[in-house]
Design a protein around this ligand. Structure first.
Ligand SMILES: Nc1nc2c(ncn2[C@@H]2O[C@H](COP(=O)(O)OP(=O)(O)OP(=O)(O)O)[C@@H](O)[C@H]2O)c(=O)[nH]1
Ligand SMILES: [Zn+2]
Length: 203
């Protein structure tokens, strides 16, 4: 009889390669969601499957910030700082989830930004569009970390909700490591809204 008691893994590992970067050489592991075909990656450095807690970042895709140098948010500088921190330790992992716009997708994020240009804040804009404020699924990170044999992490984030969510899905977050970079005059209001409405800890 087939044993169906285990939770189904929504992802499959596809391939891994070297990824030389400005912050040293990572291994890039590629995953695919079985249902949607959505692709995700993890960047690892050093030996991370030895059971000791690993310095980790669970980063959500932000095309505008990560790749297009947008100053509307702090995502690009956060990603770079996380990669740099991993390099400094010689050991760590960046899980990069393709959950653009906190899961609403790129075009909806542009719609939300359009409303923000008219005065709404990051939360009000999603609500006005009838979209969830945060639709991200962090179970994917759990499956990716399981594949990499990482059970506990020092998590680089300013979002205590993310710590709680990851703990809930089975990732043991032994410590939250603040990741406060990328503040500028364009994103000052956005960051203060995140602190006030989404609970981000920003000094
Ligand atoms: N819908 C929407 N998504 C945004 C906006 N600004 C950034 N994002 C998305 O938000 C995600 C990053 O989430 P953040 O709230 O910045 O930070 P976090 O991941 O919760 O917390 P940190 O770990 O501290 O970065 C990325 O997927 C971005 O594309 C916005 O104004 N509206
Ligand atoms: Zn961003």
């Amino acid at each position: 009889m087939i044993n169906n008691t285990h939770t189904d893994n929504p992802l499959r590992f596809v391939a891994a390669c070297r990824l030389p970067t400005e912050w040293g050489e990572f291994t890039m592991h590629g995953f695919e969601e079985l249902r949607s075909g959505q692709e995700h990656v993890a960047l690892s450095m050093g030996i991370i499957n030895d059971g000791a807690p690993v310095l980790a970042r669970v980063h959500s895709e932000c095309l505008t910030g990560d790749a297009l140098f947008s100053q509307r948010c702090d995502c690009g500088p956060q990603l770079q700082a996380a990669m740099q921190a991993v390099q400094a330790k010689g050991r760590g992992v960046i899980v990069y989830l393709r959950q653009e716009g906190r899961g609403i997708g790129l075009i909806n994020k542009i719609r939300a930004y359009q409303l923000q240009d008219q005065g709404l804040d990051t939360v009000e804009a999603n609500v006005a569009l009838g979209l969830p404020v945060d639709a991200r699924d962090f179970v994917l990170a759990k499956h990716i970390l399981d594949y990499l044999q990482v059970a506990s992490v020092h998590l680089m984030t300013n979002n205590p909700q993310k710590v709680a969510t990851l703990n809930r899905v089975g990732i043991d977050v032994v410590e939250r490591v603040p990741l406060e970079v990328g503040q500028n005059s364009e994103n000052a209001h956005y960051l203060s809204t995140k602190a006030q409405k989404l609970g981000h800890i920003l000094g």
